[in-house]
Design a protein around this ligand. Structure first.
Ligand SMILES: [Zn+2]
Length: 474
């Protein structure tokens, strides 16, 4: 027996007979490009999303502006200066400072945790290259920022992030404004590795011309009110900002258009909705989860009433549309029952990490989960074309966008309506214990450690001084 039979049919009929998400995706990607924080395309894309949400009947949809440390890219150069002369196509990593460094190259491969201490003497004062590959034998992924931070602590004065995927060009991804840092394609990185193996010593020169500056960006917020008038509510969201070198079509826009589609169809069945659902498109996720951190601090007093946060970053990408709960095993029986009732394939898992917009909510004790295929996520070896200029609209298949909207909208109305939904609220002690268990306590401590270390330097780039004065996001 499916008590939501009529609601499900209405939602599915709307999703599968319309094409709103793909139309929105085309506007977000082809017209507003990457929607990089603080640009004209950023604010114009926000206005577009609001206009559409208003058109869908969510008249009160609005945006909240906030200031963040932004960044503007300039041309970057990588040269081998000895024993041969050769120049390579590279791109700066977001938040790189402008500068020039010529020094010996130290190649750390995928950059396993123990290597930075072990090779500290070689690294000190030189340029480090790490690939985006996941080091062998780790039970968690080792994020770019951790490889970067550990390189700094070992004394690196320039940093190269080499793609481990062929044919996708140089990768991007935020780091901290400390040293000139660039992304390098797999083929060029491989060339340099061969040269290093043959010659024993290679000198490189990195030149960057970027600018760190304060900018204003935005969160888009649209509520569909429930009939009960209760304060308790549910949040779902995806960031809308992509990396500046790409359309950010799969990551994140495919998720943002799924969120908009769910707002559209759930607004149509709002007479059947008990508790409010808040739909959000977060700004500035890529460079530090700024939108979600801003929202959870500006709305902190409401979070005790938030019964669930479902993060749909990149949700329209090619995968099954299940849910990974963020260490809330008591929520599994709900999904087990509902996916049967919905006749939907929704694989389920338990895992979390600090690299998307659910994290600030998780830290405040809000029960949360993320969309996607838990099995595939566990087997993932990297981002593929993600965070390169090849994350373009043509990678998004309507089939998966629809499936995401179909599964998650039906799941969310059930979360909002269930009277027996009562996951245990994690205390701050529980959260800290979990972070420790996952090994993220060391990652988080590294952020403070690197600031203390860099403070000890004789001189600093002005962008580094600003960064040292800011509080860490986490
Ligand atoms: Zn993303």
């Amino acid at each position: 027996m499916n008590p939501y039979s009529d609601v499900d049919k209405k939602i599915l009929g709307e999703i599968y007979s319309g094409n709103e998400p793909m139309k929105n995706l085309e506007v977000l990607c082809d017209i507003y490009k990457s929607r990089w924080p603080g640009t004209e395309d950023d604010i114009n894309s926000v206005k577009y999303m609001l206009e559409k949400l208003h058109e869908y009947g969510l008249e009160d949809a609005y945006y909240e502006p906030f200031k963040i440390p932004g960044w503007r890219r300039g041309p970057a150069k990588l040269e081998v200066t000895s024993p041969i002369q050769k120049e390579f196509d590279v791109i700066s990593l977001p938040h790189s400072i402008s500068g020039e460094i010529e020094a010996k190259l130290v190649d750390l491969g995928p950059g396993p945790i123990e290597i930075y201490e072990k090779r500290k003497e070689e690294i000190d004062g030189n340029v480090v290259m790490c690939s985006s590959a996941r080091p062998l034998g780790m039970n968690r992924s080792l994020h770019r920022t951790e490889k970067f931070t550990r390189s700094i602590l070992a004394g690196a004065k320039g940093w190269i992030f080499m793609n481990h995927y062929p044919a996708y060009g140089p990768p991007t991804g935020g780091i901290s404004p400390i040293i000139p840092s660039v992304g390098l394609a797999y083929e060029d990185g491989s060339f340099i590795q061969r040269l290093l193996a043959r010659e024993g010593e290679v000198k490189v020169k990195i030149t960057t011309t970027d600018k760190n500056l304060e900018v204003t960006t935005h969160n888009v917020i649209a509520d569909v009110d429930g009939t009960s008038g209760e304060k308790e509510y549910v949040i779902t969201g995806s960031h809308y900002d992509g990396h500046d070198i790409s359309q950010g079509a799969v990551d994140p826009a495919s998720g943002a258009v799924v969120v908009m589609e769910m707002a559209r169809v759930l607004n149509m069945v709002k007479d059947k909705l008990k508790r409010r659902i808040r739909f959000m498109c977060f700004g500035a996720e890529e460079t530090g989860l700024f939108g979600s951190y801003y929202h959870t601090s500006a709305h902190e007093d409401e979070l005790a009433d938030c019964r669930f946060m479902l993060n749909l970053d990149s949700a329209g990408g090619e995968s099954r549309k299940g849910i990974t709960f963020h260490d809330y095993p008591e929520l599994e029986p709900f999904l087990t029952k509902w996916r049967e009732e919905m006749n939907a394939e929704m694989p389920m898992g338990q895992r979390t990490g600090p690299y998307s917009d659910h994290w600030p909510f998780f830290l405040k004790g809000v029960p949360s989960g993320g969309g996607g295929d838990p099995e595939r996520r566990a087997a993932r070896t990297g981002r593929g074309y993600g965070h390169t200029k090849y994350d373009t609209l043509d990678k998004v298949d309507r089939t998966y966008v629809r499936l995401a909207a179909a599964n998650y909208s039906r799941f969310l109305i059930r979360v909002a309506n269930a009277d027996d939904w009562a996951p245990r609220r994690k205390t701050q002690e529980d959260i800290q214990a979990f972070i420790k268990k996952m090994g993220y306590d060391e990652t988080i401590a590294l952020t403070d450690k690197v600031k203390d270390y860099v403070r000890g330097w004789d001189s600093h780039h002005p962008d580094t001084v600003d960064w040292l004065e800011r509080d860490s996001a986490w």
